[in-house]
Design a protein around this ligand. Sequence first.
Ligand SMILES: *[C@@H]1O[C@H](CO)[C@@H](O)[C@H](O)[C@H]1NC(C)=O
Ligand SMILES: *[C@@H]1O[C@H](CO)[C@@H](O)[C@H](O)[C@H]1NC(C)=O
Length: 340
Amino acid sequence: MAWPCSCSGGLLLFLSVCLILVVDSTETKKPLIDAKVLNSKIQAKHVYKVGPEEDYKTVQAAIDAVPEGNSEWVVVHVRAGTYREQVVVPKNKGHIYLRGNGKGRTAIIYDGCSNDNSASATFTVEANNFVAFGITFKNNAERGLPNLPRNQSVAAKVSGDKVAFYHCGFYSPHNTLFDHKGRHFYESCYIQGNIDFIFGRGQSLFQSCEIFVLPDGRNDILGSITAHNRKSADDNSGFVFVNGKVYGVGEVYLGRANEAHSRVIFANMYFSKTISPAGWTNWSYSGDHKDLMIGEHDCHGPGADSKNRPEWARQFNKEEVEPLLSINFISGSEWLPAYY
Ligand SMILES: *[C@@H]1O[C@H](CO)[C@@H](O)[C@H](O)[C@H]1NC(C)=O
Ligand SMILES: *[C@@H]1O[C@H](CO)[C@@H](O)[C@H](O)[C@H]1NC(C)=O
């Protein structure tokens, strides 16, 4: 007679142990934003499938099929594989959720090489309201000759507002990510390059991203990870890197002074010794240094030693940078499908 009782008591105990484990693991590990989470948040009305056996053989063909002026979320699902093409999401095709099968499995690759960044880009998004998950964008152009550093080879150009990339990869030797303009969120992305490989005047938060530096023999000077073009004090743009890591082969600067109000902040990041002890450069910059907002906050690792940094690159205190370190910087709670 006591059996059912002790059973349910045991079950209860079991359940509460499970509950404690679940609560505990969500507190210590960051929640994973995967395709399932995004699917359930975005709730797209239609799926365009891309693959050798699908209705659309190329990514661009599926984008072209999305109606002009689209205002309800649709999925363009790109099956595992390599798609050799240049892709543009034009201004009038908003609310596209480009979903790959993982950044190691679905890739768009092109070898555009030009004096013009935009012309070289493998992938371009001009539309507002765009989300990508689990896909690699690669510019595979040859690195060019030592004295032709002007050959641009952009992997992705991001010009729309309210654009988010989750678990994506960006690869090129040089000028990898043209973060042109608009509010952007990069979460758990991998970005590889050597010279000015994250550049533009986007208003962008890079959360938990990995930045991998490649060696590059074309220049006598060191390359820079970032070159940000903020032009005035009331310009909201800036590149903010939080909780990620920078490592690789060869030596680079975190960024360079590029415009009088350039804004680049690395916070709570790990830096390997691939970061030059000087940290930052003003190569080719002759403007004023007083309005630059360039620097670090609470970074760690062998590349984070600040004693040889220039005086215009700051070690920010918490109060100075706190408003910039969360999704509030890009008003993310108003438009991001998922964040933490
Ligand atoms: C680089 O640019 C030059 C001049 O525009 C061009 O001739 C050359 O083919 C480009 N590509 C490489 C890989 O050097
Ligand atoms: C560039 O930075 C260095 C190191 O802080 C400084 O000595 C130099 O004056 C700066 N160059 C210009 C043109 O302001």
